[in-house]
Design a protein around this ligand. Structure first.
Ligand code: NAD
Length: 262
């Protein structure tokens, strides 16, 4: 089998579950070493074990809250020292957070969603870029959502959608800023994907009635007749991480089985 990522190292945030876990597995399957950044819980250690069972020594988990500036900085250094280099950065960790009508959304809940989804992306990029520059290039991939710019059907998601649109603007600006260093930056916008993200969702009582029915209705994706799979997204991440996308930067790629066209 062709090994697109032999000798390369990837940092994947939110790697304990869902899209991040599938992407880490995919990158490892093609030769990459993967640093799994997540709130260290049983799930993240299980992801590490599952990857290492198939690709011995490929994965190592790091207990990282992406919203903690010092911890992100330290963990990036620890991973770079352990693996010797960083080539691919998948800034993917995110939460749905509190879904509520705007006047009921507390400042605390608003800030929590912004600090993980948006500031977490900033911190992950900020602290990895010096390593990519030092090596003469690299690929950064950021997970936004169709909720950033394509689809606004999720009631109570003002904070979430704001972070996703913000991640896209951030991705474009740094794509421009980093192009001369041969660092590519692309944003992926998944539609509904079967993951554990619902566990990170807090829904206000008021919204329960309207949010639950519109959330991922059966057959909501014309192409798949249901939600997509994390592995579908992992294939896109691998493409953007690889040299096959060598001339693609500053792009946003929707991966939603036509959900946002409905
Ligand atoms: P998931 O809940 O299955 O996985 C997300 C992972 O991020 C979890 O392991 C969680 O522990 C981790 N995480 C949460 N807060 C963190 C923090 N502060 N620091 C470090 N790790 C943290 O969900 P997923 O669907 O795989 O989500 C991944 C990304 O995909 C998110 O950015 C999400 O917004 C985006 N997304 C998901 C969907 C979907 O339908 N599942 C659609 C569009 C976009």
């Amino acid at each position: 089998e062709r090994q697109r990522f032999q000798g390369k190292t990837a940092i994947v945030t939110g790697a304990g579950s869902g899209i991040g876990k599938a992407a880490a597995m995919k990158l490892a399957s093609e030769g990459a070493s993967v640093a799994l950044f997540d709130l260290l819980d049983d799930r993240t250690q299980q992801a590490e074990q599952e990857i290492n069972a198939k690709f011995p020594g490929a994965a190592r988990s790091y207990d990282v809250d992406v919203a903690d500036p010092k911890r992100v900085e330290d963990a990036v250094r620890e991973a770079a020292e352990h693996f010797g280099r960083i080539d691919i950065v998948f800034a993917n960790a995110g939460i749905n957070g509190k879904l509520a009508p705007v006047e009921e959304l507390s400042y605390e809940d608003w800030n929590k969603t912004l600090s993980i989804n948006l500031s977490g992306t900033f911190l992950t990029v900020k602290h990895t870029v010096p390593y990519l520059k030092h090596q003469g290039g690299g690929s950064i991939i950021i997970t936004s959502s169709v909720n950033g710019n394509d689809r606004f059907s999720g009631f109570g998601m003002s904070a979430y959608s704001t972070t996703k649109a913000g991640q896209e603007a951030f991705g474009k600006m740094i794509a421009l800023e980093l192009a001369k260093f041969k660092i590519r930056v692309n944003v992926i916008c998944p539609g509904a994907i079967s993951t554990n993200i619902d566990a990170s969702t807090k829904v206000s009582k008021d919204l329960e009635e309207i949010v639950i029915p519109v959330k991922y209705p059966e057959g909501s994706q014309p192409l798949a007749d249901g939600p997509g799979k994390p592995e579908n997204v992992a294939d896109l991440v691998a493409f953007l991480a690889s040299d096959e996308s060598i001339h693609i930067t500053g792009a946003r790629i929707v991966i939603d089985g036509a959900e946002s066209l409905l």
